[in-house]
Design a protein around this ligand. Structure first.
Ligand code: NCD
Length: 310
């Protein structure tokens, strides 16, 4: 049975229940095993990719996902090449585009912009990142990866390390993982880059245990998953602060020796210097696999929102 998500939006991770997520991941698994069966599943449909902020993985994985389903793609990859440069509002852009396309994917630097877009749209809207707020399709990628690598989403001790303040993938992953029984969070960051208060409230409301620490060695103890993140330079007000904070947590082969042998290392990518290239060869490093999973889960998402999941 595929999840009945026809016509829905995906703006924040909590928009789908754990049952709906499980059905989506089952579909992603079926697509991965048998891609040719889905090669024309979205034939005749058009996806509009509206990217007001830079992106490699998210935009290209959405575009290739739609192309691999036999659909077509329109859009832009920078605000300068859209009418936003002339002063058009998000609502007007999306209202217009939703008259052309069957589904809209939008990334925008402003927090909450996806809600404005969804209110103006006649077709499903997917949030591909709204400022430092949320990035729910990265979370789908992350959850699918965890399910594939660990065989479960329950009972896991999840460490998140780096820029927990501005990292939208962190906020979204926490919101999703707190829905699963037995999750524990270890939040590793400098004081200045701790998770925002609303994320702490999210965890507290769920009753899941969490600890905050600045000590990477201590934080790595007993982890099932280490989710590394880039310090989000573009969201800093002050370059000096960025320079002061950017090298605090660098995962290298030596630090990997502090970590459990069964721990996996994830990263939404792009990385800057927070994971040394030498770690790539460690079997615990799954971040490139994770990026690949993103395409399959986006295929499943597009089919489900278009009501074509069967
Ligand atoms: C992330 C993002 O855009 O928030 N990238 C991604 O979509 N895979 C993480 C980041 O930019 O650091």
């Amino acid at each position: 049975m595929a999840a009945d998500l026809r016509g829905r939006n995906l703006l924040e991770p909590g928009d789908f229940t754990t049952e709906e997520l499980a059905e989506l991941f089952d579909l992603a698994d079926r697509i991965t095993e048998n891609p040719s069966e889905y090669a024309e599943a979205a034939k005749g449909k058009i996806l509009a990719a509206l990217f007001f902020e830079p992106s490699t993985r998210t935009r290209l994985s959405f575009e290739t996902a739609m192309l691999r389903l036999g659909g077509q793609v329109v859009g832009f990859s920078e605000a300068q090449s859209s009418s936003a440069a002339k002063g058009e509002s998000i609502a007007d852009t999306v209202r217009t585009v939703s008259g052309y396309a069957d589904i809209v994917v939008m990334r925008h630097p402003k927090e909450g912009s996806c809600r404005v877009a969804a209110a103006a749209s006649d077709v499903p809207v997917i949030n591909a990142g709204d400022g430092g707020h949320h990035h729910p399709t990265q979370t789908l990628t992350d959850l699918l990866t965890i399910r594939r690598e660990k065989g479960t989403l329950c009972g896991l001790r999840v460490g998140l390390c780096g820029d927990l303040k501005f990292g939208r993938t962190v906020h979204s992953l926490i919101r999703a993982m707190r829905l699963y029984e037995g999750t524990e969070f270890v939040l590793i960051s400098p004081e200045e880059l701790r998770v925002p208060a609303y994320v702490v409230r999210d965890i507290e409301a769920s009753g899941r245990p969490f600890v905050e620490t600045q000590d990477m060695r201590e934080g790595l103890r007993g982890l099932d998953i280490l989710y590394m993140t880039r310090v989000q330079r573009e969201r800093f007000f002050n370059e000096d602060d960025y320079i002061r904070l950017k090298d605090l947590y660098i995962l290298d082969a030596e630090r990997m020796r502090w970590a459990p042998s069964s721990m996996i290392v994830m990263h939404p990518l792009p990385r800057v210097n927070e994971i040394a290239a030498e770690v790539d060869a460690d079997p615990r490093a799954v971040y490139f696999k994770q990026a690949r999973n993103g395409m399959y889960v986006r295929m499943a998402l597009i089919l489900s929102l278009l009501g074509l999941a069967g």
